[in-house]
Design a protein around this ligand. Structure first.
Ligand code: SF4
Ligand code: SF4
Length: 114
């Protein structure tokens, strides 16, 4: 093969039909306010854990929609469950309960209940 001195990037398409939706489905069933988020960023700006770590709750939500279970697990454990995000949310999204339900879903996945 001819060496042009560069390679073509791997495709970065996300196949939403074949992603792992177990956490997302569990969340929508147990904390439907997850769907009301408009990604304004107020929760991320006020987040206590985000002040001390690289935790970003909006990023966590993207991981959930993309079905990236390993990334979800490593992000979800950083939340301190202080509830400030819920207080500032203009859409009434219960982020604290979202975190609790995500952790619940991950435990169920681990024990093959989901
Ligand atoms: S404050 Fe509420 S609407 Fe805004 S990004 Fe956070 S959860 Fe979504
Ligand atoms: S409950 Fe978690 S996500 Fe919400 S502000 Fe507190 S540390 Fe951040």
């Amino acid at each position: 093969m001819t060496d042009f001195g560069f390679t073509i990037n791997k495709p970065r398409v996300i196949d939403y039909d074949n992603t792992d939706k177990r956490v997302l489905k569990y969340l929508l069933a147990h904390e439907p306010s997850f769907n009301s988020c408009i990604f304004c960023g107020s929760c991320t700006a006020t987040c206590s854990a985000g002040n001390f770590t690289d935790f970003n709750i909006r990023k966590l939500k993207i991981f959930i929609r993309r079905g990236l279970t390993e990334e979800i697990a490593s992000e979800a454990e950083k939340c301190m469950l202080c509830g400030k995000c819920f207080l500032v949310c203009p859409r009434g999204v219960n982020n604290r309960n979202i975190i609790l339900k995500v952790r619940e879903a991950l435990t169920k996945i681990e024990s093959h209940e989901l």
